[in-house]
Design a protein around this ligand. Structure first.
Ligand code: NAP
Length: 483
């Protein structure tokens, strides 16, 4: 079940939230602690006002809630609210109040017995779940995994505790997000969503239902993802999930925040992950785990796409192909013979190797000259300081690979004069028009955009993952300025 957490300050506000999210959800949790004091007394009315099952929760501050009055008052409020036709009531595992439990039982309201741990996964998590379940209550463990190792413990719950049919397990924070999306793979009865003010790792009800189709995930669903850190705002799920849905491929693609690549490969085995994209800072760290790599991965020294084969993991680099795709014809026809590459970081490595493999002459300019020289030595290119950009205005192609212009209006090569013969390729995709690209456009240069490279490399990953071309009729929608 997809559960919407209702954190409105009035009953009316919460009814509106139910209305807007109705088609995405199966159940709601009324957070009475978030209601205004005078509205809290109306909690019992709530279940009759909606046609979805509701969970009653009054969370105290020590468990991440907002209820600040005494425990006595909380118990009284719980007892009063139980007059309403709630389907479940969430009681913390240290709350022992016979009258509340008695009333819930009489009214056939199921008890969810919860433990919250913001420091990490409790050592005795399996025992805790069994102990609660043995009393006929639904165990709920909400914890904050501190890394992939904690995530592994959580995902082991399904096979270790298969006998406990109804249990709720939720990982909070960015490391915990996969437990929300893959709640069925963890064996959790439900997953919690919000509608706005999402805290780190939370997923909106709309995305949970429409993008991840979390409630449709079954034993045959293939799991794909993107590993990185940070990675939660990656665009890649917006490319792959709609593609999978369009071709009716039973698969899900999700962000996976990874601190240790070694631990991730253990998780990948446990979850039988079929393939994954790799982003900063793990593009080099995955290499020792790969049984086969392409020539480009070997040259560049970094891998952004990994696919499971029967016996090993196989790595490729679609940044390389995504970058070169719009240039290939011009390179072949010798319309582009020389290039100025601005920057000498990770992206520049793929760019320079791709151009050199296509026999294009390359000058690499960088702030750190040493770095440019090292890359030039490897690739048989030339190196210079970024300050000397204007010495190279006779090149055919300019590729901008630094991060300058992403967060500011800065232009990394402000002295460089563009003209209509130049092809200008900006790797930054947000914003689409950097200051440098605005200047190149004003000079009537031909423009190539980072967003098209990002999409192309995504399409190539899609092929590597699914074996199918990305559906041509599918329009990818993401707002570059907003995420
Ligand atoms: P990286 O390895 O960290 O390299 C950063 C580069 O930017 C280095 O050359 C660095 O120069 C330079 N730089 C940073 N701050 C600078 C400053 N203030 N002044 C001058 N130069 C500066 O990063 P990366 O992975 O190569 O990524 C670079 C950019 O490419 C990012 O914006 C990324 O989003 C984009 N990218 C786009 C795609 C796509 O599909 N469109 C794919 C990959 C990357 P120093 O060596 O002197 O530090």
């Amino acid at each position: 079940m997809i559960c919407l957490v209702l954190s409105g300050s009035t009953i009316e506000e919460n009814l509106k939230l139910v209305e807007t999210n109705y088609r995405y959800i199966d159940i709601v949790e009324l957070r009475v602690d978030k209601l205004n004091a005078e509205q809290q007394k109306r909690a019992k009315e709530f279940p009759a006002l909606i046609d979805l099952p509701a969970i009653l929760t009054i969370r105290r501050q020590s468990d991440g809630g907002s209820f600040s009055s005494s425990e006595k008052n909380r118990h009284a409020l719980l007892e009063e609210a139980l007059d309403g036709d709630f389907a479940y009531v969430d009681l913390e595992d240290d709350l022992k109040k016979v009258s509340i439990e008695q009333k819930a039982k009489e009214k056939n309201i199921k008890i969810i017995r919860s433990r919250h741990d913001f420091k990490g996964v409790p050592d005795d998590i399996f025992h805790l779940i069994l102990k609660i379940a043995s009393k006929g209550e639904i165990p709920k463990i909400a914890t904050m995994p501190q890394g992939v190792d904690d995530l592994i413990t959580l995902f082991r719950v399904k096979e270790e505790l298969a006998q406990v049919e109804n249990k709720i397990v939720v990982g909070m924070g960015e490391y915990g997000q996969p437990t929300r999306i893959l709640y069925k793979k963890i064996g959790s009865l439900l997953t919690y969503c919000s509608s706005d003010n999402l805290s780190l790792g939370q997923v909106s009800a709309k995305r949970m239902k429409e993008l991840y189709r979390a409630d449709k995930i079954d034993d045959n669903t293939r799991i794909y993802g993107i590993i990185g850190n940070p990675v939660i705002h990656s665009f890649s799920p917006l490319i792959h999930n709609p593609g999978f849905q369009f071709i009716k491929f039973n698969a899900v693609y999700l962000p996976l925040t990874v601190d240790s690549v070694r631990s991730f490969f253990i998780l990948a085995q446990l979850l039988q992950i079929s393939g994954f994209s790799v982003t900063v800072p793990h593009k080099q760290a995955v290499l020792p785990y790969l049984g086969k790599i392409t020539r480009e991965v070997k040259q560049i020294g970094s891998c952004n796409t990994v696919v499971r084969t029967k016996t090993f993991w196989s790595g490729t680099n679609t940044d390389y192909y995504g970058f070169i795709a719009p240039l290939e014809q011009m390179l072949e026809e010798k319309r582009i013979k020389s290039a100025l590459v601005v920057g000498a970081g990770g992206a520049a490595r793929a760019v320079v190797w791709a151009l050199r493999n296509h026999r294009c002459k390359v000058v690499i300019i960088n702030r750190n000259l040493e770095r440019a020289k090292n890359l030039a030595a490897e690739t048989m290119a030339t190196a210079d300081s970024i300050k000397n950009a204007s010495l190279y205005e006779d090149v055919d192609l300019i590729v901008q690979t630094t991060s300058v212009g992403m967060m500011s209006e800065e232009d990394p090569i402000a002295d460089f004069n563009f003209n209509e013969n130049h092809v200008v390729y900006e790797l930054i995709y947000r914003p689409k028009y950097t200051t440098m690209m605005k200047r190149a456009k004003a000079a009537n240069a031909s423009l190539l955009f980072g967003i098209d490279m990002l999409i192309k490399q995504g399409f190539l990953q899609f092929e590597a993952f699914s074996g199918y071309h990305y559906p041509k009729r599918l329009k990818i929608e993401f707002d570059l300025e907003e995420d």
